[in-house]
Every structure is written in structure tokens, then in C-alpha cells.
Design a protein around this ligand. Structure first.
Ligand code: CU
Length: 499
């Protein structure tokens, strides 16, 4: 069995995989013995916790280096994107590389902390915003121990009482339950760009997938609400970035620990397009040298030299391949979907806009027979669900989200998320370039999102509020805090499907 020392050395050397190839049993034993560093929650963590102290020291060290060098606080962040040019560099958003890419990005910082602060068993803390709804004090106190606190960023916007503490509609139990109820990776962690057919690296940054709840709601919204660097390509310049992405990564690890398989339902070619994608030279070693990681190397946190406390034991997950297949083909074309009903309510090309003042409203018929099927809520067999697929949404930089409702009367920007007609919030990171924007490494597609209308419709039915067979989907824009540009949000196409 490996000793604690060899495990830690392996982790520093660039992932425990090399040291333990073919010996995963030994690795498990090492974890059981507490040998792989365990990432801990910031919730209740003392300010002088060794991990928190090492991270604080690390940020100070990195900020003290020549910022024009790769090994510096700015240099590391530029692998993600550039605040000043408004361009993203390597980081994917809006496609199926989002989770694995950011996993290694946090590992790259974690490894650098271990080396630069000489704390070989350091594990990156994380901010569990499902529990702790405000940014932990370690990051918001301007000073620490009588000196300026390197974890503090003065430009954050944490005062708005409509946003802080984070509301249940963003990170609450229902949202998290929805995230964990998905059994297909692409529905859980954002889907493949339907046009991707090779391993060219431009697909990594292309977006073009459909964002599930995890990316579009807690992930994007926490970036936006934090303000300062966080909504922009330069987001890793805020030290809270690693805490936020640590929690996103923990949710992925938790989902896997439950028994969900990343490649369930993927045919051989789809698996190849995901697992074999190499993020070439996307990352920097603790001496500032570029290195690469492929998605297949990013499947297990243990192999990368860390784990999380409190992961659940594997339970028997029933993979819903039928549902996944239906949804993924719906994403790809909208046609040929074996659905109960599928209506394109906003046909491409579209110029109808949602603004902050006036919602975009689209109606669809839900025939009585179909509606009865949806409302049956049969626990024994899966009943049809109602989805809205909002595709290729053109979003100006001065808009940070849209809020989705069904059948709300007199909907305005002030209608609260506690209104029974409220469905969800789809948030957007800041993209200054607009449509067809060229980032440093290729063109980015406008974001798309899937919204499950079923729970809201069932609640309205129970309350006797679904008077006729028409459902009206309403989308209203949320201006980006601190900006006052145009608020016209234009989805290229909106479909409502009963699947
Ligand atoms: Cu992020």
C-alpha cells in the first residue's frame, strides 16, 4: 500500500494517476486511510484554518510576482479569459466540456498552492452556497491579521437585498433536487454542440450545447451576483472563483458518487468526442509551463489528487436512457422527435424580443388529452413532461438573465420568484462581443437553455389556475447590475414540447 508521502508526492507531480496506474484498489485504500487531501467547506471554517491560510498566502505570493509572467495571479487567470479585452481564452461555457475543463482549472491552482506555499496536503476549500448564502467572511473582510486581505475584492456587488442572501430560486433545495434528479451527463452538465463531429479544439469554446439547471442557474447567477471580475472572462482574478467552482465540481463528484455514470447512454463515437478531447496547453504548472489534459483524465477526483468529505454512498441509479435520447434529439433538431406533442412557438428567424419592460409572450395549445397525461403524475410509470427549449439567445452585454414564467397575469420585472407562475431564471455570463463573437480561440455560439415547465404547470393545475388548454410562455429580461444599455433579448427559436 502506498504511504501518505508517496500519494502526496504523486499529487504534486501532476496527478496520482501515473503513480497508481493499474492499482486503483491501492488508491481507494489510500483514500480510506485519509491520504488524499480532502476539500472542505468554507462554511464554519476558522479564519486561521491551514487550508484557508495557505490559499491566502498563495494569492498574496502570486499577486507579488511580475504580472506579465504566466506564473502570476494575472497570468494564471488569462488562461480562462481577459477582463480588459472582454475575451474568453480556453474556458468552455455552454457545452459538455464545461465541467471537466473547470475541474482541471481548479486543480491547477490547488497544485500551485501546494508547491508555492509548501503545503503538500493542501486541499482547495469550497463555498457551498446551497448552505451558506452569502460570501464567507474570509473573502469579504478588507483586512486579515491587521494587513490587507488578499482574498478581498472591493469591486464586488454584495449589497443588493434582492440578490443577497442568495434566494431559494437560485440555489435552494428544489433547484438542487432538480440538478441531482438528472441521470444523463449532458442533461446534468450541459450538452454537446449538436454539430460537433471531430476533436478540433474549437469545439471546446464553441458553446452551442443546451445548458441544464446547474450551469445556467446556480453557476451563472452566482458569477453575476458577485459582480466585480466574476461576471466576465477575467473571473478567476477574484479569489472566490476557485471556491465557487470547487462547489460546482463537488456537485459533479457528488452526482457521480450517487452512482451516475458520465458516459451512460453515449454511443462509441459520442464517447470518443467527449473523452478524447484534449485541452492542449490550456493549463499552467506551478512553474508557469503550459500542460494539457484530456477529458478522459478528468473523470475521477481521486486520480487528480483530491476528494470531498460527505460524498454519498453509491445507490442504485436507474439511468433513464429513453428520456435522455428524446431530449438530446430534441436539442439536435427539434424534428423527428418521438414526442407526444412538439410545437415551435417562435420560429427561426425571429426578431421578437423580451425586454426588461415587456415580456416576450408565446402561446401553445396543450390539448386536454395531453394535459391529462401530464397531470397524471403516475409514480409507477413516467408521465409526459412539458419543456421549453429556448435556443440561440441573443443577449446584449447589458442583460444578465431572463426570468421565465407561465400564464402570469400582468407580468413585470417586479413580479417575484415566489409567484406561483414563476418557472426559473436563466443567467448569462458577460459577453461583450455579442452574436458570432470571436474569442481568442474561435467563435462562440449564443446560449441555449432547457426549461422544465412541468412542476409549475402541475402546481397551477392543482390550484385550479389552468383555465383552458392554452399555455403562455413568458420571458422577461433582467438588466445587468450597474449597466443601462439595451435590454432586448432575442431567442432565435423557442419550442414547447411534451415529451
Ligand atoms: Cu464559472
Amino acid at each position: 500500500m502506498p504511504t501518505r508521502r508517496t500519494v502526496l508526492q504523486a499529487a504534486i507531480a501532476g496527478g496520482a494517476v501515473a503513480a497508481f496506474s493499474g492499482s486503483l484498489g491501492g488508491l481507494r485504500a489510500a483514500v480510506a486511510a485519509g491520504a488524499v487531501p480532502t476539500r472542505k467547506t468554507l462554511n464554519g471554517m476558522p479564519l486561521n484554518d491551514p487550508d484557508l491560510s495557505a490559499y491566502r498566502d498563495f494569492v498574496r505570493i502570486m499577486q507579488g510576482y511580475d504580472q506579465s509572467k504566466p506564473l502570476s495571479w494575472l497570468g494564471y487567470s488569462l488562461q480562462h479569459g481577459n477582463q480588459d479585452t472582454g475575451r474568453y481564452k480556453y474556458c468552455p461555457h455552454g457545452d459538455w466540456y464545461f465541467l471537466p475543463w473547470h475541474r482541471e482549472y481548479v486543480v491547477m491552482y490547488e497544485r500551485a498552492v501546494r508547491v508555492l506555499t509548501k503545503t503538500p496536503n493542501f486541499a482547495m476549500p469550497y463555498w457551498d452556497w446551497t448552505q451558506d448564502r452569502t460570501i464567507p467572511a474570509a473573502f469579504t473582510d478588507p483586512t486579515y491579521d491587521g494587513k490587507p486581505n488578499p482574498l478581498y475584492v472591493s469591486t464586488r456587488t454584495l449589497k443588493d437585498p434582492a440578490r443577497w442572501p442568495l434566494r431559494d430560486s437560485i440555489v435552494g433545495p428544489e433547484v438542487i433536487k432538480k440538478i441531482y434528479s438528472e441521470t444523463d451527463f449532458q442533461l446534468f452538465g450541459t450538452s454537446k454542440n449538436p454539430n460537433q463531429n471531430d476533436l478540433d479544439m474549437r469545439w471546446v469554446v464553441a458553446g452551442g450545447g443546451v445548458q441544464g439547471t446547474l450551469e445556467r442557474t446556480p453557476h451563472n447567477t452566482v458569477h453575476n451576483y458577485t459582480g466585480g471580475f466574476m461576471p466576465s472572462p477575467g473571473s478567476p482574478r477574484d479569489p472566490i472563483f476557485m471556491m465557487h467552482h470547487g462547489n460546482i465540481d463537488r456537485i459533479w463528484a457528488f452526482w457521480n458518487a450517487m452512482g451516475n455514470k458520465n458516459t451512460a447512454g453515449m454511443d462509441a463515437n459520442t464517447q470518443r468526442l467527449w473523452l478524447e478531447m484534449n485541452f492542449k496547453d490550456n493549463y499552467l504548472t506551478p512553474d508557469g509551463t503550459p500542460y494539457s489534459k484530456a477529458v478522459k483524465e478528468l473523470q475521477s477526483t481521486i486520480a487528480l489528487g483530491y476528494t470531498y468529505a460527505g460524498l454519498p454512498p453509491a445507490s442504485k441509479i436507474v439511468y433513464d436512457g429513453e428520456r435522455a435520447k428524446r431530449l438530446l434529439s430534441f436539442f439536435a433538431s427539434g424534428e423527428g422527435v418521438r414526442s407526444v406533442e412538439n410545437v415551435q412557438v417562435l420560429a427561426e428567424p425571429n426578431t421578437d424580443a423580451a425586454t426588461a419592460e415587456k415580456p416576450l409572450v408565446k402561446r401553445a395549445q396543450l390539448r386536454k388529452s395531453v394535459r391529462n397525461l401530464v397531470m397524471a403524475e403516475d409514480q409507477a410509470k413516467r408521465t409526459p413532461e412539458v419543456y421549453a427549449l429556448i435556443k440561440h439567445i441573443k443577449v446584449p452585454a447589458s442583460v444578465e438573465a431572463v426570468r421565465v414564467f407561465v400564464n402570469a397575469a400582468n407580468l413585470t420585472a417586479a413580479t417575484p420568484d415566489t409567484d406561483p407562475h414563476y418557472v426559473t431564471q436563466i443567467s448569462f455570463l458577460r459577453h461583450d462581443g455579442g452574436h458570432g463573437e470571436h474569442d481568442e480561440h474561435g467563435e462562440k455560439e449564443d446560449p441555449s437553455a432547457l426549461v422544465d415547465l412541468t412542476p409549475t404547470l402541475r402546481a397551477l393545475e392543482k390550484a385550479g389556475e389552468l383555465k383552458d388548454d392554452t399555455i403562455s410562455l413568458q420571458i422577461i429580461a433582467v438588466p445587468r447590475a450597474g449597466t443601462d444599455g439595451p435590454t432586448e433579448v432575442v431567442p432565435a427559436v423557442v419550442e414547447i414540447a411534451v415529451l
